[in-house]
Write a protein that binds this ligand. Structure first.
Ligand code: FAS
Ligand code: PHB
Length: 403
């Protein structure tokens, strides 16, 4: 068995693990990443598409924002289509100048992986039998890689290994509490090299179900339609997908839609999931390892980034300023933000998706709520400030209200 030691062992090289690695490198903190999949597999994964300003700022701080600055598409608004009518939510005006950036998670991952490689930072890809040990006292990680067994002694373990990872699963049941809601539908997503139907995203609420018109660039589009959780991608030819998407659009969008061959097609299940706490001794969970949101609010990737912002700062305080304040407050700071994003993602999902089991009264309540939101400045402001990403501190103007 080969023995190595480091300050922080990062499990998982998705956006959370890679961003943490990059921020620790910038702060001169020794670390390594252990990933079960191959580098090609990680780089090819297609997932999120929207970055909050918080995430853009962190990627800039990590020194990996060159492509993002060049190819990212800043967006000042989104559209909500209901009853064949589009309503623009002016994110920029409603939030005092904030915006989101369209830039695929695939590209974020590649930018971080390229930086890591050029900096010759250690990543063990295709690691098997990854196990974490003694994370309450003197933590270490064991795994097999290229027919060699490894033991990594470390001061902290960062569990960035996603929803199905080993880290959260290694915490004794009596020390962890989880909250979960599984939705009775999924998102059938298609990626195609066709121009987007609209300059901004269109969130569709229709009697046939939810749809989303998104993009990766001005020549590559990302579309989703709600399908039953029992559905399978084999049931959907490209033609069937485009026909159903058109059925859910308004006439103008239907006529503008450019269809084409899918380069990726998959069904993602929707769930809300939260772990409390997010710290267990010397083990810190971040990103999907700790929480999952339905993608309706475009929060998954952005929550992973804000967790990492807090965790990197905590490790920097510990190693470079000899303070335990950050690590002691990590879980509470993350969860304060996670729960609000969970609520917004659940609310957007509830409002825009078709639920076959809801009563006629509940359906009419949802219609009334959506009408109120679309016709109310306060309602649209609330949607907008959640969509662009809530500030890390409470709104100072609020305090002035009751001064
Ligand atoms: P990730 O799951 O991305 O990365 C975890 C990494 O850990 C993976 O590379 C995995 O291989 C590795 N790993 C797992 N077990 C391991 C082990 N035992 N040992 C070592 N490594 C291990 N979010 C949005 O905002 N919008 C979207 O449209 C959207 N679509 C999504 C579609 C799908 C199918 C999925 C699954 C998620 C989607 N998300 C979306 C959420 C997604 O973007 C996540 O929030 C984001 O990937 C979180 O990043 P990480 O926390 O790094 O987790
Ligand atoms: C995407 O482009 O993949 C995307 C955009 C917004 C969402 C979810 C997914 O809310």
């Amino acid at each position: 068995m080969e023995k190595l030691s480091t300050q922080v062992a990062i499990i998982g090289s998705g956006p959370a693990g890679l961003l943490l690695g990059q921020l620790l490198y910038k702060a001169g903190i020794d670390h390594l990443i252990i990933e079960q999949r191959s580098a090609d597999y990680v780089a090819a994964r297609i997932r999120a598409g929207i970055l909050e300003q918080v995430s853009v700022d962190l990627l800039r701080k990590a020194g990996v924002a060159e492509n993002l600055e060049k190819y990212g598409l800043p967006h000042d608004g989104i559209e909500i289509l209901t009853h064949q009518k589009k309503h623009r939510i002016n994110l920029n005006k409603l939030t005092g100048g904030k915006q989101v950036t369209v830039y695929g998670q695939t590209e974020v991952t590649k930018d971080l992986m390229q930086a890591r490689e050029s900096q010759q930072l250690q990543t063990f890809y295709e690691a098997d039998n990854v196990r974490i040990h003694d994370f309450d006292t003197q933590p270490y990680v064991t795994f097999d890689n290229k027919r060699q067994s490894f033991r990594i002694d470390c001061q902290f373990i960062a569990g960035c290994d996603g929803f199905h990872g080993v880290c959260r699963a290694s915490v004794p049941q009596e020390k962890i509490k989880t909250f979960e809601k599984v939705y009775p539908f999924g998102w059938l997503g298609v990626l195609a090299d066709v121009p987007p139907v609209s300059e901004e995203l269109i969130y569709v609420q229709s009697e046939r179900g939810f749809a989303l018109c998104s993009m990766r660039s001005n020549t590559r589009s990302r579309y989703y339609i709600q399908v039953p959780i029992t559905d399978s991608v084999e049931n959907w030819s490209d033609e069937a997908f485009w026909a159903e998407l058109k059925n859910r659009l308004d006439e103008d969008s239907r006529n503008k839609l450019v269809t084409g061959a899918s380069i990726e097609k998959s069904i993602a299940p929707l769930r809300s999931f939260i772990t409390e706490p997010m710290r267990f001794g010397k083990l810190f969970l971040a990103g999907d390892a700790a929480h999952i949101v339905p993608p309706t609010g475009a929060k998954g990737l952005n929550l992973a980034a804000s967790d990492i912002g807090f965790l990197a700062e905590a490790f920097i305080e510990y190693f470079n300023r000899h303070s335990e304040h950050g690590i002691d407050n990590y879980s509470q700071k993350c969860l304060a933000r996670v729960w609000k994003a969970e609520r917004f993602s659940w609310w957007m999902t509830h409002l825009l998706h078709r639920f076959d089991t809801e009563s006629e009264f509940d359906h009419r309540m949802k219609q009334a709520e959506l009408s109120y939101i679309l016709e109310s400045f306060a309602g649209q402001s609330s949607l907008a400030e959640n969509y662009v990403g809530l500030p890390f501190e409470a709104d100072v103007k609020l305090a002035a209200l009751n001064a």
